[in-house]
Design a protein around this ligand. Structure first.
Ligand code: IMP
Ligand code: MG
Length: 177
């Protein structure tokens, strides 16, 4: 495997992302009580944990919820069929929701989750992804906050898995065949 972003580079980017997100929150005058961060499991658990602790520095104190959505199974190619393996605990009605995901590729996952939140009448929906693989979108969905763009290679580490392994790697790496 080839390291693409090391832990220092990751930490710096999460810091600046938190700053961007907090600007948006202040600009839109979103109160802490109206803010929900929705972390998509399993891939975004590490990014979410880092991000919320950076947001804390800007006095952002959201409620946190998780949704287990999967489109990959044990494969390296997104299936396009989204399976939900959990339910929301928080009511998102009239709340401002920031969806946090590890990577935006086809957009199938985020498109699905965004629709779900719209059906449940969220007041606004923004999307933060740590990584984006440009040129792979099949759905009409875009991220509002993006950490890094990565090439069209299979990525592991910092929460991203291959067959539910390698999530613990403290860096982002390209997995060679
Ligand atoms: P999408 O639905 O195709 O946009 O893919 C989103 C999900 O697929 C992400 O949340 C990841 O869990 C997974 N995924 C996409 N690309 C990669 C990759 O390169 N490595 C590991 N997981 C990936
Ligand atoms: Mg995954």
């Amino acid at each position: 495997m080839t390291v693409f972003y090391n832990s220092t580079e990751i930490a710096r980017r999460v810091e600046t992302l938190a700053e961007e997100i907090s600007w948006h929150i202040k600009l839109e005058k979103i109160e802490n009580d109206d803010l929900i961060i929705l972390s998509l499991l399993k891939g975004s658990f590490i990014f979410t944990a880092d991000l919320i602790r950076e947001l804390y520095k800007y006095d952002v104190h959201p409620r946190l919820d998780f949704l287990a959505a999967s489109s990959y199974g044990n494969n390296k190619v997104s299936s396009g069929n989204i399976t939900l393996n959990s339910e929301l605990i928080e009511s998102v009605e009239n709340k401002h929701v920031l969806i946090v995901d590890d990577i935006l590729e086809s957009g199938n996952t985020l498109h699905y989750v965004k629709n779900l939140l719209e059906e449940r009448r969220a007041a606004s929906i923004k999307i933060a992804v740590f990584l984006e693989k440009p040129g792979k979108l099949v759905k009409d969905v875009k991220a509002d906050f993006i950490g890094f763009k990565v090439p069209d290679k299979f990525i592991i580490g910092y929460g991203l898995d291959y067959a539910n392994k390698y999530r613990e790697l403290p860096f982002i790496a390209v997995m060679e065949d």
